[in-house]
Design a protein around this ligand. Structure first.
Ligand code: C5P
Length: 247
């Protein structure tokens, strides 16, 4: 019974506007992927890590993560795919026979804490085969649909969308990574959804979505603010602030 962590780092991160892939952008002097790998290792519940690398950058990614003294578990690097879903599938193909639980985590969430990794894993080992961290939602969220051109006659003005639904905020969670899975269930979910992995508009944005598509239950544990996702420069500035906060 061992736990494999797949650390997705193969995205381009174009919204950060750097020449580097996002996972190699530095925060407090270290690349995002290294922050994430260090925290996975520090949880002491991860036995090995597979990092998904952008095309042509497997060696650079390997130099960053495998040489680090704080990443105490074995690390392998695999070429990622065209979508996050394809990258996770590539990582999953490297699972060892003894790995019965798989944690999938994004390098784009570099400050997710070792405590959070343990909380997710504990819930999986307690018998929930698919577990995600989730945060309460503070905004009111509305589902919208495009307004067909010419459907409504109005004077020229800003682009509008039509509100379709306002789900009860109390029942919503903003979902983060690390997400934890029974390995056989995650493999089944990826196999069933494999035809979606080719293009961004089809691919699952998280692994739990593939499990839900099988009709299998997914459970939520408490997430944390520090597991924020880095997409923009502003997110990086917030992460820098969190990093500087006394523990
Ligand atoms: O692009 P976004 O930030 O949503 O990506 C989420 C995570 O998935 C990131 O850690 C990114 O490196 C990873 N990813 C990947 N392979 C892709 C696209 C994204 O491993 N093809």
């Amino acid at each position: 019974m061992t736990t494999l962590a797949i650390l997705t780092a193969a995205g381009s991160g174009t919204r950060l506007g750097r020449d580097l892939p996002k996972a190699l952008v530095e925060l407090g002097g270290f690349p995002l992927v290294l922050h994430a790998a260090r925290r996975l290792a520090a949880s002491r519940v991860v036995d090995a890590i597979v990092v998904t690398a952008p095309p042509g950058l497997a060696a650079a990614m390997s130099d960053v993560v495998t040489a680090d003294a704080h990443v105490s578990c074995p690390v392998r690097v695999v070429d990622g795919g065209p979508t996050r879903q394809a990258s996770v599938a590539a990582g999953l193909a490297l699972a060892r026979p003894e790995d019965d639980v798989v944690i999938v985590h994004d390098a784009a969430r570099p400050l997710a804490s070792p405590d959070l990794v343990r909380r997710v894993l504990d819930a999986v080992r307690a018998g929930h085969p698919a577990v995600v961290p989730g945060m309460p939602v503070t905004d009111t969220i509305k589902r919208v649909s495009p307004v067909p051109v010419g459907a409504v006659r109005t004077a020229p003005g800003p682009a509008v969308e039509r509100v379709v639904e306002t789900p009860d905020r109390a029942t919503l969670r903003a979902v983060q990574t690390p997400q934890g899975f029974d390995r056989a269930l995650l493999e089944r979910a990826h196999a069933a959804g494999a035809d979606r992995a080719v293009a961004d508009n089809l691919a699952a944005t998280d692994d739990a979505g593939l499990v839900e598509a099988l009709g299998e239950p997914v459970h939520v544990v408490a997430g944390e603010e520090s597991a924020l996702k880095i997409t923009t420069e502003r997110d990086l500035a917030v992460a820098r602030m969190l990093l500087e906060e006394p523990a």
